[in-house]
Design a protein. Sequence first.
Length: 349
Amino acid sequence: MSKKNKIVLACVMGIMFVLSVVLYFFPRHNYSTNTTVMVEIEDGVALRGKLQPTITVNKSGEYVMIMDWMDNEEPSFITGIFVTDGNGNEIFSGTGSLARIETLPKKLSKGKYRFNIEFLASPEAFDAFAKQHGLDDEETVNPVASDFYKDGTAFMKYTVSVRESGQQFTLAMLIGAMIVGILLTVIILNVSRKGEACSQVYDERQIVNRGKAYKYAFITMLIYMVLLEVCYAAADFVGSFKMPVDNMTLILVGILISVLVYAIYAILKDAYFRPDDNRSFLFGFYIVLTVMDIVIGIYHVINGDAVKDGMITFFGCGGLLAGIAMAILIAVVIIKRVQDKRSEADEQD
């Protein structure tokens, strides 16, 4: 390994060590409790009125509240839940038959928080709860009485959690991981090149074609962003329509499409690889990355992380999208190799 690569590798190891130490010693303030109850419904009334589990937050800060009763059997009633602080002020409310509700980060003060759980066994009880807590139609699900509300019993488990959001910590870790990835890429590219580093550079024809590839990628990104803005404007105009994909995923898709435009054009014009690149090594590296991304993506899909509340999420499908893009890149490289071999065979004949 060259001295340059050793220095880069030392930087990578140093950053990974610092990130590991920060991750290990970073203080976490997470709180959780669960309760189980047999709910009996008779003549459209819950014989047991409500539950009130509490959680004490020991440090002020930004927290995400999670309320989960998704893994029960389908109950014949709606659960209404609202959260109050130590002064009795309501800070959140919602409803659901089977649900896992995760709030946006909220600033919580040190103190006790009560999760008030009510069993709404009739349309009238549901409407009263929604009116009392100011819930609109988009925040509630009120099924038709004849199809849903019935007498009977249901064994229910409710889990409530308050977790420190740690957005700044997550951002710092993400930036650190990106730096490590860039440095590792530098090492891999240096290792993949034959002979002395930078012994050969792109020739004039390759430079011209790479410039065209960059231009087409930029134009593609520009068109994508314009179309995206049109979609957002149309959604705002319609009002009731919401984009089924979160913003981070939409940004990733635009980046991947523009990168693919650049890479495909450059590969087909023999302007992607340098003359001194070890193409077999890089091809194998791309295959490893593709398999890793697709496996991670499939794992998130199986776990139900790809779609949350009817919306495709970045953390659930980002890896799968990156894997698909890498697979397309590999396919283009293979096609180009086949074309080159056929051209060589035709010339020899």
